[in-house]
Ligand binder design. Structure first.
Ligand code: CMC
Length: 383
C-alpha cells in the first residue's frame, strides 16, 4: 500500500535552517540585512559596507571599512585564463552562461578551494565578490565587441564596475544609483539561488562550487531573469497608451507579468518601492526611450495593483523597475541578470559560511510513483 506523505511543492512554507543574515517580512513588506532596514542601507550605506555587514554580522568602524575596501580592491583583477574563457565564448552566448563558466574558473586560481576555516572562507568570499564584478563587466565589453578594461582602484566598487563596463567614470548620481542596485540585490534569504548554493555546499563542496550553483539557479525568468523579461515586455507594449490593453490581454491569456508576485512578499516589495523613487530622479536626465519605458512601467504598476494587488497579493517585486534604471546606467538588458548575480555573490557566500557552522547534508525525499519488480527482458524480446 502506498504510504501517505505530505509533499510541500516548491518547499513552500518549509524552513530549512536558522539564520541571522536577512529577515524578509512578506506581510509587512519589510526587509532587514543583519537587523538593519533596507531603506537605511540604501540611503546611507555603500555596497562595500553592506558586504562587510553581511559577511561579519556587524557594521564596520572607519578603519575596518578602509581595510575591507582595500582588500576588495586588491582582489579585483582576474587571471588571463579567466579572461580567455570570457573571450572564447561566442558573442551570441547568454551572459549568465559565460559568468557561470568564468566564475567556476576562479577555483582553479585558488590553491586550496575548500576550507573549513571561517576566516579563510571570508577571504575567499571577498575574492569572489570583487572578481565577479570584473568578470561581469568584461562579459559586457566582449559582448559589445570591445576589449576588457583593467579595474581602476581610485574608484569604489560601483563606480569601478561602471567604468570597467562603459570606459567612462560615472558622475556621482550614477555611482550612487549603481551602488543602490548592488545593495538591493545583495541578499534575500533562502531564495532559489541561495538555496542552490547551500545545497551544493552542504556536500562540503567548496564555496566556488556553491556560487556557481547559485548562478545556475538565478538564470530563469522566475528568478534573476525577471528584470530582463520585464523590460522586454515594456518594449513590446511600445507606447504608454497601449499599456492597459496589453496587460488586460496578457492576464486574460493567463500570462504572468514579469516583475510582479513573490513567494514571500504578499505586499509591495520594499526594494521595488526604493527603485520606484529613483524613476522620478532619472526621468529628467534620461533619453526619450527610457522615459517612455518609465511611463509604461508606472501605468502597468497601477493597473496590476488595481487588478491583482490587494485581491491576489501580487505586487511589484525588485525586478519590475530595475530595467529602466539599469538602462539609464548604460547596462543592456542581456547583462541584467549577470549584474544581479554579481551583487548577490555576497549573500550566497554569507549563507554558506553561516550554514557550515552547523552543516547538514541536504537530502530530501520523493514519493516514488513508478513500478517495481518489472521483469527485465533481453532487447530482442522487447516489442
Ligand atoms: N502575473 C500574473 N499572475 C501571477 C504572477 C504574475 N507576475 N505571479 C503569480 N501569479 C498568479 C499565478 O498565475 C497563480 O495563479 P493561479 O493560482 O490562478 O494559477 C498564482 O498567482 C500563484 O502563482 P505561483 O507562480 O504558483 O506562485 P509562487 O509563489 O510560486 O510565485 C513567483 C512566485 C515569483 C514565481 C511568481 O509570482 C512569478 O512567476 N512572478 C513573475 C516572475 C518574477 O517577477 N520573478 C521575480 C521574483 S522576485 C526577484 C527574484 O527572486 O529574483
Amino acid at each position: 500500500m502506498e504510504e501517505t506523505v505530505e509533499i510541500k511543492e516548491g518547499l513552500q512554507g518549509v524552513y530549512i535552517t536558522k539564520s541571522s543574515i536577512c529577515k524578509v517580512d512578506g506581510q509587512e513588506g519589510k526587509l532587514y540585512y543583519r537587523g538593519y532596514k533596507i531603506e537605511d542601507l540604501a540611503n546611507y550605506s555603500s555596497y562595500e559596507e553592506v558586504c562587510y555587514l553581511l559577511l561579519y554580522g556587524k557594521l564596520p568602524n572607519s578603519k575596518e571599512l578602509v581595510d575591507f575596501t582595500e582588500k576588495m580592491k586588491k582582489e579585483r583583477e582576474i587571471s588571463e585564463k579567466t579572461k580567455d574563457i570570457i573571450r572564447k565564448f561566442s558573442k551570441e552566448a547568454q551572459t549568465l552562461d559565460v559568468l557561470r563558466t568564468a566564475m567556476s574558473s576562479l577555483s582553479a586560481d585558488d590553491g586550496k578551494p575548500y576550507s573549513d576555516n571561517e576566516s579563510e572562507n571570508i577571504e575567499k568570499a571577498i575574492k569572489i565578490i570583487a572578481k565577479t564584478a570584473t568578470i561581469s563587466a568584461a562579459i559586457g565589453r566582449i559582448k559589445d565587441g570591445k576589449g576588457i578594461l583593467e579595474p581602476d582602484n581610485s574608484l569604489n566598487h560601483s563606480a569601478n564596475f561602471l567604468y570597467m563596463l562603459t570606459d567612462k567614470k560615472p558622475d556621482k548620481d550614477s555611482e550612487k544609483l549603481m551602488d543602490i542596485m548592488f545593495i538591493l540585490h545583495a541578499e534575500h534569504s533562502s531564495n532559489a539561488s541561495t538555496f542552490a548554493t547551500l545545497v551544493a555546499c552542504s556536500t562540503l563542496a567548496d564555496i566556488y562550487a556553491g556560487v556557481t550553483a547559485g548562478v545556475a539557479a538565478l538564470k530563469g525568468p522566475l528568478h534573476g531573469g525577471a528584470d530582463e523579461a520585464a523590460v522586454k515586455m515594456m518594449k513590446e507594449i511600445g507606447s504608454p497608451d497601449n499599456t492597459e490593453n496589453y496587460i488586460e490581454e496578457a492576464l486574460a491569456g493567463k500570462k504572468k507579468i514579469m516583475g510582479f508576485g513573490h513567494r514571500v512578499y504578499k505586499t509591495y516589495d520594499p526594494r521595488a518601492k526604493i527603485l520606484k523613487s529613483y524613476l522620478d530622479k532619472i526621468k529628467g536626465n534620461s533619453g526619450g526611450e527610457i522615459n517612455k519605458l518609465i511611463e509604461i512601467s508606472l501605468r502597468a504598476e497601477k493597473m496590476m495593483i488595481d487588478k491583482l494587488g490587494k485581491s491576489h497579493g501580487i505586487w511589484p517585486n525588485v525586478d519590475f523597475f530595475s530595467g529602466p534604471l539599469y538602462l539609464h546606467l548604460n547596462i543592456k538588458p542581456e547583462l541584467f541578470d549577470t549584474v544581479f548575480a554579481s551583487s548577490r555573490t555576497v549573500g550566497w557566500c554569507a549563507h554558506v559560511i553561516e550554514y557550515w557552522r552547523n552543516n547538514k547534508l541536504f537530502r530530501p525525499l520523493e514519493q516514488y510513483e513508478g513500478s517495481v519488480d518489472l521483469v527485465y527482458k533481453n532487447i530482442s524480446e522487447r516489442s
